[in-house]
Write a protein that binds this ligand. Sequence first.
Ligand SMILES: Nc1nc2c(c(=O)[nH]1)N[C@H]1C(S)=C(S)[C@@H](COP(=O)(O)OP(=O)(O)OC[C@H]3O[C@@H](n4cnc5c(=O)[nH]c(N)nc54)[C@H](O)[C@@H]3O)O[C@H]1N2
Ligand SMILES: Nc1nc2c(c(=O)[nH]1)N[C@H]1C(S)=C(S)[C@@H](COP(=O)(O)OP(=O)(O)OC[C@H]3O[C@@H](n4cnc5c(=O)[nH]c(N)nc54)[C@H](O)[C@@H]3O)O[C@H]1N2
Ligand SMILES: [Mo]
Length: 760
Amino acid sequence: MAKQAPQSDPAQDAPRVGEPQHAAAGLPAIGHSLRMAGEQMGARRTLSTLLKVNQPDGFDCPGCAWPEPGKTHTAEFCENGAKAVAEEATERRITAEFFAAHPVAELAERSGYWLGQQGRLTEPMLLDEGASHYVPVSWDRAFAIVADELTALDTPDGAAFYTSGRTSNEAAFAYQLFARQLGTNNLPDCSNMCHESSGSALVETLGVGKGSVSLKDLYQADLIIVAGQNPGTNHPRMLSALERAKRAGAKIVSVNPLPEAGLERFKNPQNARGLVGHGTKLTDLFLQIRLGGDLALFRALNQLILQAEDGVDRAFIDEHCLGFEEFAAEAGSTDREAVLAATGLPYEQIEELARLVLASDKIIVCWAMGLTQHKHAVPTIREVVNFLLLRGNVGRPGAGVCPVRGHSNVQGDRTMGIFERPSAAFLDALAKEFDFEPPREHGYDSVDTIRAMRDGKVKVFFAMGGNFVAATPDTEVTEAAMRRCRLTVHVSTKLNRSHVITGARALILPTLGRTDKDRTAKGDQFVSVEDSMGMVHSSRGGLRPPSRELLSEVAIVCRLARASLGPENTVPWEEFADSYDSIRDRIARVVPGFEDFNTKVRKPGGFALPHGPRDSRTFPTATGKANFTVNPLTAPEVPAGRLLLQTLRSHDQYNTTIYGLDDRYRGITGGRRVVLVNPADAAELGLAEDSYVDLVSEWRDGVERRAPHFKVVHYPVARGGAAAYYPETNVLVPLDSTADVSNTPTSKAVVVRFEADSGV
Ligand SMILES: Nc1nc2c(c(=O)[nH]1)N[C@H]1C(S)=C(S)[C@@H](COP(=O)(O)OP(=O)(O)OC[C@H]3O[C@@H](n4cnc5c(=O)[nH]c(N)nc54)[C@H](O)[C@@H]3O)O[C@H]1N2
Ligand SMILES: Nc1nc2c(c(=O)[nH]1)N[C@H]1C(S)=C(S)[C@@H](COP(=O)(O)OP(=O)(O)OC[C@H]3O[C@@H](n4cnc5c(=O)[nH]c(N)nc54)[C@H](O)[C@@H]3O)O[C@H]1N2
Ligand SMILES: [Mo]
């Protein structure tokens, strides 16, 4: 078996386990973030940079996609936002000497943590066929190499253009235009592994694949259900919004197999009570659900609502919805035993939640990866929509769907056309604006791109950011697939594993980040992003870039497009590269909601995109109505002697970027190779606390997938489930184990058995 890709160095991985915490943020969080930032940036740069985060004249935090409140505090950032900023604004640099000193084979043995710690990339580098080291290459030569490989393909579909979610609207629009001018819709993105299930379910039922609430709605809600999300770590600024909602009288219910500290109690670092006091208790009711039990839970709730007198909003349903009768027949027949087995909850708790629901006029459901990364993720989210439609909780203040996005511009990238299955309307608008015929057949998503590389169909892999080999499932399969490519290219800010698992040739194209000043021949430029709630606003970096050699993402796309498409191509790529206003003028004519973009984006705070269901209860679905759906009850099946493993984030990481080895709120320090198991399950399976085991995943293809050497931690996770960190465990997620409809890898549901530690 090939050695698996370590993210942290297994030799230095010595996790210690203490007590989990019961409150998030407060003074320790501030101290922690300033220390981490100071180590990377020095004290002065730290302060001047952090003061610009999420301010009207500053840059959008590269952390998460949670929106900014209208009037920003002097410091509208959080501990993990500060870490994300420090990671990018670090003063450490990788130069040509670094690559001369380290052969690629050696870098492939290093941990992802180590690679990321080396600093910002500073000049374009080429790994030529058969070469052992990356060597410097000029930008012109780099673009010529990519252009030659693209031209040599039998079909444009032999290339795939991946996007991670930090890319600005302007760069994303230019990038998808380039891919389509070339002739392919192969535009996989991180969303395929993230909220694709939400998009699939919401488009079908409500007609818009995005959330329908604003921050103001959260402040007005009576009841907020947070399911499958750990905001204390992954969206810390959401806790301030929940606190405010709570103060205004909202009840908060969390649904999670783990008791997550941030949801229990929050110490707001922006006020005195939060800094020194006990903070605010956030969760009124905690449902410790089994992994994958949410469909059953929402079906049971819907049944109870249907049974209650005046439970449903008949007028709303009659006027705006279709499919109610079929749905009601199905949900009405929900079997209680099946619900108990799937959720592991006492029925009284579900009834208690139903009482809260029936007492609330305005309800919001928030969710993230705990709902989207299951085989039955799409039906689960459809059932959440049924739940909200039943009582008219869509399209009125204080109510709605709130899928909480990950990457800071992942939603905007999709709005700009980063999608392997673009709508006909989008392609028509693009065709008209640029006078060309874009490809119409669907392209590859992330999982299909891996299959296509594995099968020799995709030969050029191009990534706009991200860390494809570490973020995708089935690490060994993916790495072998990457190695089959003719050329792999990464536009990146930092070194990562995807740069060292390469095709026959590879290029690293270093780029500006959010915090960097972006100056072109036409002067200083700014970009724009869209947050999780459909607000678009500008982002302007202020730091001197890490090197003079760096190009912006926009410049890289435009110069590459010219090199590949030739001088006769009619898109004004040079003008685009010089003036982002000229790109925004085109976006304004292609993407609905962006009319007058250049004016609106200059308003402080930006502007809101239109959202039919939210604004006017119009539902642009296939039927023109909000659709109830029928979702048969299903839940993961786990054979005896096995547990269902979810792969999640620790407090000290941003996806594949590891900031440190602690998971403070869960009480784990100094290491990442831990598996959290309920003490009762551990007793049954003979898993002694602090012992080491191998995790072996079981899947119908019979292939052995093993992640060696994990320390067993007895932890209050719901029975039948276990938890360990991503990406160390991606090796266990089978490529073909994906969600129905959305094709999202089932990162929260991997059947594992435990074997004796084989060491590392
Ligand atoms: N600091 C930091 N911030 C981030 C990121 C980061 O890595 N670090 N990543 C960003 C990205 S791209 C994303 S998508 C988001 C991710 O944000 P989250 O979705 O919060 O991230 P995960 O760590 O995957 O946590 C999943 C949560 O769902 C719970 N869960 C798992 N399975 C189930 C289930 O079956 N049912 C229920 N009800 N709950 C379940 C887990 O216990 C956990 O609390 O965060 C974004 N923000
Ligand atoms: N097992 C398991 N797998 C998962 C998940 C899970 O929960 N479990 N979560 C999935 C999810 S939700 C997501 S979103 C994906 C994340 O997948 P990706 O988005 O591909 O991964 P990241 O780790 O966010 O990418 C980090 C890299 O992006 C580059 N970068 C950072 N900023 C910039 C920038 O401004 N511009 C450019 N060009 N590059 C930049 C840096 O080089 C950095 O190393 O992973 C998915 N994979
Ligand atoms: Mo994500």
